[in-house]
Design a protein around this ligand. Structure first.
Ligand code: ATP
Ligand code: MG
Length: 444
């Protein structure tokens, strides 16, 4: 007869020596000799020393054979084993089961788990060691970083001081440069003063002489008019005869050269007006050239700037070269016209110095790729290859003492750079030189 024991269970716990520590009988096996303190072997053939808890459940009796399910509580979970045992003389004898093997398997499993755990532990330990070594390493890195950071802050402070000093020096340099530019301008104006004085003095001279002549003419005309009035008076009062008066007046007219005065009078006036115009033009050129009206950066016509520069140094140019102007149509561009005129003047004066007796200076202007291009060519002596790389250096000169300071092209270079432009030179010794200045077109 089959007697189901489902729903009943038995919990036996033992210590690792295999001695039973606790028995909970859940309506099952009341007769089993499972006394606390007895060896576990008393119920099982095999001691399962590593296990601390067995749970016997779902046992079925089939005659004297008990089929049971043994649940073993492991650290890692539950293991369920099946076995069949025979209850004889109140002793449970396991028959026909792989129980023993299973326990071995469990033991192996437990060992494996233990190994795994100890491996995990040791790798964790290693990791901790590494971490702690890392943290030691991190500490030293941190210290080094702090040291470097402090060093960097000090350097930054030093740098800031140096920057401030550099800014101060830069300011001083700028004002020195501005002074140099001013001096160079004054020097070139000084150089040109004689020419300009001549240009102004000449017309002023003949205007003065013409005024002198007009003064004399005026006196003679006055004398003649007075003689005429006196003669008319005496005719009217019957003191003199009309024929005599007319003949006397004709004599006076010849003596005072009234006819010459009349024919010359308007010539003298026209000549003086022309002279005065020349003076006015020269003054205007001077004003345009140096921008004495105080204008600085403004929209300007570069062709007009070149014209006024040529006018202002005309006295220097005219004896040395035929000046050929090939001016293209140019838009106005934002620039400092006074400074650009200084550039053109420095290049043109150099060109006159390079021409031995008489040559040609060609000035071409045009526009390409957003740049106004000004080419100034001369057919003078040219620049030797060993000098050409140095001509823009301040104080580089091949001219004799007193003739050149070596600043002209250096200043021209600075001015062009200030305009975001370019200045280039091509030269062949004995053939001539071409300077090309490029200024970007800026509408405002
Ligand atoms: N058109 C040119 N032909 C030949 N040589 C030139 C020409 N332009 C410049 N140079 C050379 O370049 C040098 C430097 O010119 P830069 O204008 O800077 O100084 P400088 O003319 O000598 O003196 P400064 O212009 O200060 O009076 C000149 O001394 C000259 O040797
Ligand atoms: Mg020069």
């Amino acid at each position: 007869m089959q007697n189901s024991l489902r729903g009943k269970g038995l919990i036996v716990s033992c210590d690792i020596s295999g001695t039973i520590q606790n028995v909970i009988r859940n309506g099952y096996g009341p007769d089993l000799p499972l006394a606390v303190g007895a060896p576990l072997d008393s119920i099982f053939e095999t001691a399962c020393r590593e296990k601390v808890l067995f749970f016997l459940s779902e046992a079925r009796t089939n005659g004297s054979v008990i089929d049971w399910k043994l649940v073993i509580l492991l650290n890692s979970g539950l293991a369920v084993l099946h076995c069949a045992a025979v209850l004889r003389d109140n002793m449970l004898t396991v028959i026909g089961s792989s129980f023993r093997d299973s326990v071995h398997q469990i033991m192996e499993e437990i060992l494996r788990i233990n190994n795994e755990q100890s491996n995990q532990m040791s790798s964790m330990m290693k990791e901790m060691q590494i971490t702690s070594r890392h943290s030691e390493y991190d500490n030293s890195i941190y210290n080094e970083l702090t040291r470097l950071n402090n060093q960097l802050s000090n350097m930054q402070r030093e740098q800031l001081k140096k920057n401030a000093e550099l800014e101060r020096l830069n300011g001083a340099l700028k004002s020195a440069q501005a002074q140099m530019l001013q001096r160079e301008k004054m020097a070139s104006i000084g150089l040109l003063a004689a020419g300009i004085a001549h240009e102004i003095n000449n017309p002023i001279g003949f205007i003065l002489s013409n005024l002198n002549s007009l003064n004399k003419y005026g006196c003679r005309i006055m004398e003649y008019v007075t003689a005429q009035s006196t003669a008319m008076e005496s005719v009217l009062q019957g003191e003199e005869r009309c024929d005599d008066v007319i003949s006397n007046l004709a004599k006076t007219r010849r003596r005072l050269k009234i006819d010459t005065i009349i024919s010359d009078f308007f010539n003298v006036i026209n000549e003086s007006t022309e002279g005065a115009e020349r003076v006015k033009k020269n003054v205007q050129n001077l004003k345009n050239f140096s921008h004495l009206d105080g204008s600085q950066w403004k929209l300007s016509d570069i062709n007009a700037g070149l014209e006024s520069t040529i006018n202002i140094i005309w006295n220097e140019l005219k004896y040395k070269a035929d000046v050929v102007k090939e001016f293209g149509e140019l838009p106005e561009t934002l620039c400092n016209p006074g400074e650009l005129n200084q550039v053109f003047m420095n290049i043109l004066i150099n060109a006159t110095h390079a021409i031995e007796t008489h040559g040609e200076i060609r000035i071409t202007t045009g526009i390409a790729d957003g740049f106004i291009t000004i080419k100034i060519s001369d057919n003078g002596g040219g620049i030797s290859p060993e000098h050409i790389t140095r001509i823009f250096e301040p104080f580089f000169t091949t001219k004799e003492v007193g003739k050149g300071t070596g600043l002209g092209l250096g200043i021209a270079y600075d001015i062009v750079k200030k305009h975001n432009g370019e200045i280039d030179v091509e030269s062949k010794t004995g053939r001539g030189t071409t300077f090309t200045v490029k200024i970007p077109v800026r509408s405002g």
